[in-house]
Every structure is written in structure tokens, then in C-alpha cells.
Design a protein around this ligand. Structure first.
Ligand SMILES: [Zn+2]
Length: 290
């Protein structure tokens, strides 16, 4: 007799198969990922039950208020106290989700990873086409003279880190609340979304700006959602899977390819190269024409 678990397993397998087929027939996939991609690497997210916003901040302020521009300017010492305890995970390692996306990129099928995460795990896994919408804790700069600092500098100092050249305050290159996102990153993200033939949204409840608005650039029948909890796009998306992003991507993007897939991928990679070359030449001509 078929049990409820059997039915659940059957439905899940069916969805993974659908995702596999969609990936197989797509050539310009964009992955849009949020904090849920990093939780499987031991980095807590912000909004879930045991997320950072629901933990004790250890300060007299709410966590959500601490990560704002005005708070940073008024209380840099409290900001850094919170930041070092709650936002830095220098030893975190890429998980199954990051690794599966590297396999997809190597097949020539992935045109961009747009991430809301600031932990560099996609690059650590080997992804080249990552757009870090909210910046990275691995890059820092002096607010007075602009000198750049690595994460080590923050880790090896206590209190508010000051520039060793001019004494100015050093801050991370991340976008705090009340601050604008970097234009070039948003532009690059929108450009890739407009050109993609499949958008996989994973590990985000799609409540954070601007990711929440990105779906307007793409037809919903080209959207796949993989998230543990529901999102406002669930019903209009082509496919919705409520499950672990690491498990789903690991299963949907196999480690081994068939000889036919290898042949197809080689063709696609050649096509991508030709397209990039043509775009480069077009840009050169435009430059000359100026
Ligand atoms: Zn300086």
C-alpha cells in the first residue's frame, strides 16, 4: 500500500526530475540566492526562527537596527562588537549548493549568480560569475583615505578598527540599511536577468529589496523556487520546491554527465565564447567611435 511518505517521496522525485529537465534545456541560467544558501555552511540567516534578528543581540539595541548606516556612524564600537560576533564566519566552507552551481557554470549553462550573501562562499567554491549585491566582509576600506584592508585586519584588531595610514575608521564594503546598493552591481544583475532563460531562486524568502523586485524582469514561467518556507512567487512560478537548497541542487545537477551532455555542453561553451568575443569587439568599436 502507498503511504503518505511514499507519496511525498514520489512528488519530490518528480519535482527534481522536472528541475533536471529544465536545466538540461536551458542555456543562460541565473541563480538568485539568499541567506538560506549559507545556512547549510553554518552561517545563520537573519529572518528565520533562530536567525540573527531573533537572537539576543547582546546589546541594548535590536539586531536589525544595528546593521544600519546611522547606527554605524553613531555607535561604531557597538556595531563592531555585534559585527565580529554575529556576521563574521571566516572559517565557513562552501556546501553542496555552492558546489553544484560550480558544476553548472563549468557546463556553460550558468550566466550569473546574484547573491545577497556577504561571505564569498560562491567564489571559494570556484564560481567566477558572482554578483555580490550586498558586498563582502572580505573587502574593507578606510573611510578617510580609502586605503583597502583585508578581513584579517578586522580580525586582528579589537574595538573599532582604525587605518594604519591615517587613523580613519575602517569599514566593511557591505551595504548597510539606509545605504544605496552599488549601481554597477544592480545593473549587472538586471542585465543578466533580462537575458536569462531560467531563473533559479534559492534560499531566500524574497522579502529583501532589491531581490524581491527582480522577478519583474522575467516571465514567471521561467522561474524555479527552492526554499524551505513559502514565498510570494510560489504559485506563479513554473516549479516550487520546499526543501533544502543544497540537497535539491546536488541532486538536480549531477556530478557525471552522459556523453551526449558532454557534446552538447562543448557546443554551448564554444557558442558562449563566440558571443563574448563579439560583445567585446562591439564594445571596442563603440569606444573608437567616441
Ligand atoms: Zn586611512
Amino acid at each position: 500500500m502507498e503511504t503518505r511518505l511514499d507519496r511525498y517521496q514520489g512528488a519530490r522525485e518528480n519535482k527534481i526530475k522536472q528541475l533536471k529537465d529544465l536545466i538540461e534545456e536551458s542555456e543562460r541560467i541565473v541563480f538568485l540566492g539568499g541567506a538560506g544558501v549559507s545556512t547549510e555552511s553554518g552561517i545563520p540567516d537573519f529572518r528565520s526562527g533562530d536567525g540573527i534578528y531573533n537572537q539576543e543581540s547582546g546589546l541594548a539595541y535590536r539586531a536589525v537596527d544595528v546593521i544600519s548606516h546611522s547606527f554605524f556612524m553613531e555607535h561604531p564600537d557597538d556595531f563592531y562588537d555585534f559585527y565580529r560576533r554575529k556576521l563574521l564566519y571566516p572559517d565557513a566552507k562552501p556546501n553542496k549548493a555552492h558546489k553544484a552551481l560550480v558544476r553548472l557554470e563549468k557546463r556553460g549553462k550558468l550566466s550569473a549568480i546574484i547573491t545577497q550573501n556577504i561571505d564569498k562562499l560562491h567564489q571559494d567554491a570556484g564560481s567566477k560569475k558572482t554578483i555580490e549585491l550586498h558586498g563582502s566582509v572580505f573587502r574593507n576600506h578606510c573611510m578617510s583615505c580609502g586605503k583597502k584592508f583585508r578581513l584579517d585586519y578586522i580580525l586582528n584588531t579589537t574595538g573599532v578598527p582604525h587605518c594604519d595610514r591615517c587613523g580613519g575608521i575602517v569599514r566593511p564594503d557591505i551595504t548597510l540599511y539606509e545605504e544605496n546598493l552599488e549601481h554597477d552591481k544592480v545593473d549587472a544583475a538586471i542585465k543578466s536577468l533580462k537575458k536569462c532563460d531560467l531563473l533559479i531562486i534559492g534560499g531566500t524568502s524574497l522579502t529583501v529589496y532589491p531581490a524581491a523586485t527582480f522577478s519583474q524582469f522575467i516571465k514567471h514561467d521561467k522561474v524555479v523556487i527552492i526554499n524551505k518556507s513559502s514565498t510570494y512567487l510560489d504559485l506563479s512560478a513554473k516549479l516550487t520546491i520546499h526543501d533544502s537548497i543544497g540537497d535539491v541542487l546536488d541532486e538536480a545537477i549531477p556530478r557525471r554527465r552522459t556523453p551526449e551532455q558532454i557534446k552538447k555542453d562543448e557546443k554551448l561553451i564554444a557558442k558562449n565564447k563566440a558571443r563574448e568575443k563579439a560583445a567585446l569587439e562591439k564594445a571596442k568599436l563603440k569606444e573608437k567611435g567616441k
